[in-house]
Design a protein around this ligand. Structure first.
Ligand SMILES: N[C@H](CCC[C@H](N)C(=O)O)C(=O)O
Length: 283
């Protein structure tokens, strides 16, 4: 089958975006995987699918597939590409839209300067909501946050656990450039205490409003930026008393600005959304 797509990125986290409103999209998991393959397909960290909503109060449905073919609950950088796509394709006249995802309703808004601000909803902070199995584990309180010891190979790392609809494990490191992201990222992603696996964040605090972040993503490996990862890292840093909102998050592919007013409040993310090229693929 022939499939029209648009290649986009948000701070270097790259996507294949598919309009499933104006074209029939019925792919197998293998075909999703091939679409995202950087040699046998188009190549992307995630594939984003635009559909009509199936719940009241939403303008669109947003489905997200990681490069490994698995469908997931949320993608922050992708939500910015999503609103730019539906505006540019004339699928909406609005600039602020409500988008249905497996992780809840989010509200991206395309700004005059081309950046996008997204209400990502409130973080879920109970281990069971992440989900994280903390049974028989001695948590260590740090400010309002709870750090959990994870045994990774011969070492133990202390992580904060946060859900933005999708699961995140965040650890503070001295220097993201020398942190063992590629060595320990996969071990954290597949750690048995995360029944749905997890995105592994490595956070370097440079000031109360400035951090650097690398994320080894569930189902995609290290990406140049992770929007939900930036949200989770800032929430963890604020709860640990290390950061104050707003926080400028420098990722390898660009900068995101994350704001959070505290427990029960939504996290706001602001950043770029770029269209790279249009194409068509025979799957
Ligand atoms: N790998 C993530 C999905 C994409 C998240 C990331 N690309 C973002 O911008 O939030 C997961 O499996 O939960």
């Amino acid at each position: 089958m022939k499939l029209k797509f648009t290649k986009m990125h948000g701070a270097g986290n790259d996507f294949v975006v598919i309009d499933a409103i104006n074209q029939q999209v019925d792919l197998t998991s293998e075909q999703w995987k091939r679409l995202g393959d950087r040699r046998f397909g188009v190549g992307a960290d995630q594939i984003l699918v635009v559909e009509r909503p199936t719940v009241p109060g939403a303008d669109f449905r947003y489905r997200i597939y990681n490069a490994d073919g698995g469908e997931v609950e949320q993608c922050g950088n992708g939500s910015r590409a999503f609103v730019r796509f539906v505006v540019d394709k004339g699928l909406t006249q609005a600039r602020s839209i409500r988008v249905q995802t497996m992780g809840g309703i989010i509200e991206p808004r395309l700004e005059e300067d081309g950046n996008v601000t997204v209400d990502m909803g409130a973080p879920r902070l109970e281990p069971a909501q992440v989900p994280f199995d903390n049974s028989n584990l001695p948590g260590e309180a740090q400010g309002r946050d709870m750090l959990w010891p994870l045994t990774i190979g011969q070492q133990t790392v202390l992580v904060s656990v946060v859900s933005m609809g999708n699961p995140h494990a965040v650890q503070v490191v001295e220097d993201v450039e020398t942190a063992p992201v590629l060595e320990t990222g996969p071990l954290i992603e597949h750690h048995p205490r995360f029944p749905k696996r997890v995105n592994a964040g490595f956070l370097q605090v440079q000031g109360r409003h400035h951090v650097k972040l690398r994320v080894y993503e569930r189902g995609a490996g290290e990406t140049l930026a992770c929007g939900t990862g930036a949200c989770a890292a800032v929430v963890a840093g604020i709860r640990r008393g290390l950061l104050d909102s707003p926080v400028h998050v420098r990722a390898r592919g660009g900068e995101l600005t994350i704001s959070w007013a505290g427990e029960g409040q939504p996290v706001y993310m602001r950043g770029p959304a770029v269209t790279v090229f249009e194409g068509e693929i025979e799957l």
